[in-house]
Design a protein around this ligand. Sequence first.
Ligand code: NAP
Length: 284
Amino acid sequence: MRARAFGGGGPAVPVVGQGTWDVPTSGAARDDAVRALREGIELGMVHVDTAEMYGNGRAEEVVGEAIAGLPRERLFLVSKVLPENATFEGTQRACERSLRRMGTDYLDCYLLHWRGAHPLEGTMRALERLVDDGKIRSLGVSNFDVADLEEAAGLVRSHPIACNQVLYNLTERGIERRVLPYCARNGIALVGYSPFGQGGFPSPASAGGRALAAIAARHDDGPYAVALAFLVRLAGTFAIPKAARPAHVRENARGAALTLAERDLADLEAAFPLPATDGPLATA
Ligand code: NAP
């Protein structure tokens, strides 16, 4: 699968990974979710994104089951600390809990989920300590606009901010105006979450949906694959769709391999234009 450096000097990571928000955490649906994640990993979507928030830790356990027995070095595991836990001590304790639930010794990247009331300084110091202790390979943030990124960058001493995870999909392209250029200049991976709008994907009857269908037909693929190909077209970008159904997982993996032609890109730009002005950072 197509991969690129995760932040400045980071390891090569496939451009399309897998999300786990709202993943079923009980019953037969949980088993299906484990199988879907595993199939995605086999198809190369080894970047698995989770958080202590998702299912109150149960999504991390689902990930733990999906990765059990797999060679750890093949995987790129990411989790996030809740802002309410993100003190210097609390961040480290939260990370330990996540590691236990996932059944792993380290995370490839660990993020502050969004900025909360605790001073950023303690969180960033804790994240750096976790890198020094070998609990995480890199640190990052989520839902950070440029001012927050600048502040966080000023607080880290020896480990750079590897990633900023933000909302990015066809109808939410605001990050391309300000946040993505900042990340690109500073070697920060831009991981786009909710690439399909969390169930709000353009309907086939809409103008955007028709444009997607026409492009998909030209590539003999599906509209979700086209959307993913568009969202990872720019340097430094990654996407983490969540899919519980095997057919969805397979289409998403194909999206990473799909190269859009100039004409496709022009049609998507017309159907899903970049906002004309800067607005506040959009979040889910
Ligand atoms: P999403 O990935 O935009 O959409 C998920 C929905 O799309 C599910 O209903 C899924 O259905 C469907 N889907 C997936 N692939 C499909 C395909 N090929 N064809 C048709 N439908 C498809 O939503 P999301 O879960 O909000 O975002 C992805 C991940 O980003 C999350 O799981 C989470 O890890 C992360 N995230 C982070 C934040 C943050 O604040 N940092 C916020 C939100 C999300 P099935 O499940 O039925 O297959």
